[in-house]
Design a protein around this ligand. Structure first.
Ligand code: PEP
Ligand code: MN
Length: 360
């Protein structure tokens, strides 16, 4: 399915870029002018911001819609913003916003999505046909809930519908702010092959350094587009400052991306590398989980006055794991050295706990 009438917008990758939130007219226009000069055709900015805790910057609200209209008028870019309530839909549509997206917190709530769907359904079909609606994955990794949200919007007569993968909330520290579970958008594509799927590397990574690698990974996996946060002065951004890039940096990142020809002979190598990348991510997650358990053991040892290193346990653990590893086709030296390195790091972390340097 094509999201836009103008085919230059449908070319892969489709890119939406702009600040996390609309902060001031100056910030919007400065960012938009630079993005337009870099060839970006769709400008995003959050007018209403859902914040995890009260007291954060919750967006400028209605007055920022005029700035979006100005951006459109001055640069010719299409505009996009997040809607979460019936009022947001009415105000955004009535002020001429072209693309609406439903945020991850909202798409997890069927009542809220239905309210948005009902508001959209109240417009004449011709108006609905002119709107693009993008549904972010819900914060929790529930494909049915994501598909259900899109079904509600589709039943409201929205014909240009797309999905955004922005990763999933999770407890604890991770490499990613919202770890991507690529299996879920891949399964979504299998179930709905015509649905355009866009990747949001900014909210997945949470750090600007991860935008390039995540964008490349998404393109290699066949995503149709990218939505990337860009701010004229990221250090002063009122929300998500660590993950925003200047328009110049964004242009640089986009230039480095390689669009692989799906017929080329390197495609299978690309697919294999993606598997390796995914497996490495999983390995790191498992290692981090193992360290958390090791720290819990460290606390237990501290409370019970036990020594950190217990040679008997270490030797039997080594012996058993090396035997299992060899049976799986890996050399004893390799398994032994990996385990020794893991054990060394566990001991280091437990010593920190026992010495009271780092209680957590
Ligand atoms: C956003 O795009 O600025 C945003 C709030 O995203 P999400 O709903 O994915 O957290
Ligand atoms: Mn944001």
């Amino acid at each position: 399915m094509k999201l836009f009438n103008d085919d230059t917008l449908n070319n892969r990758p489709l890119v939406l870029a702009g600040p996390c939130s609309a902060e001031s007219e100056q910030q919007m226009l400065d960012t938009a002018r630079a993005l337009a000069a870099a060839g970006i055709k769709i400008f995003r900015a959050g007018v209403w911001k859902p914040r995890t805790k009260p007291g954060g910057f919750e967006g400028i609200g209605t007055p920022a819609l005029e700035w979006l209209a100005k951006v459109k008028q001055e640069t010719g870019m299409l505009t996009a913003t997040e809607v979460a309530t019936e009022r947001h839909v009415r105000q955004a549509v009535d002020s001429g916003v072209d693309v609406l997206w439903i945020g991850a917190r909202t798409s997890a709530n069927p009542f809220a999505v239905q309210e948005i769907a009902d508001a959209l359904a109240s417009y004449p079909q011709e108006r609905r046909d002119s709107l693009v609606v993008l549904v972010k994955n819900p914060v929790n990794p529930d494909l049915e809930l994501w598909i259900g949200a899109m079904e509600r919007i589709s039943r409201a007569g929205i014909t240009r519908l797309g999905a955004i993968h922005r990763g999933f909330s999770s407890y604890g520290k991770h490499i990613y702010r919202n770890p991507p579970k690529w299996r879920i958008p891949i399964e979504l594509h299998r179930r709905l092959p015509d649905l355009p799927i866009i990747c949001d590397p900014s909210h997945i990574g949470g750090k600007r350094e991860l935008i390039g690698p995540l964008s490349q990974q998404a393109l290699d996996m066949g995503f149709d587009g990218l939505i990337i946060e860009s701010h004229c002065n990221p250090a002063c951004a009122l929300s998500d400052k660590d993950q925003q890039v200047t328009p110049d940096v964004l242009a640089y990142i986009l230039n480095t991306l390689v669009l692989r020809d799906s017929n080329s002979t390197t495609e299978s190598l690309g697919l294999l590398r993606q598997q390796i990348d995914r497996l490495d991510d999983e390995l790191l997650e498992i290692l981090a989980k193992r360290m958390r358990v090791a720290r819990d053991i460290g606390r237990y040892k501290r409370e019970n006055g036990m020594p950190v290193v217990q040679p008997g346990r270490y030797n039997s653990l080594m012996h058993n794991r090396v035997t299992v590893g060899e049976a799986m086709g890996m050399s004893a030296e390799f398994v032994g050295s990996v385990l020794a390195a893991i054990h060394e790091e566990s001991v280091r972390q437990q010593l920190e706990i026992c010495n009271g340097e780092k209680a957590d």
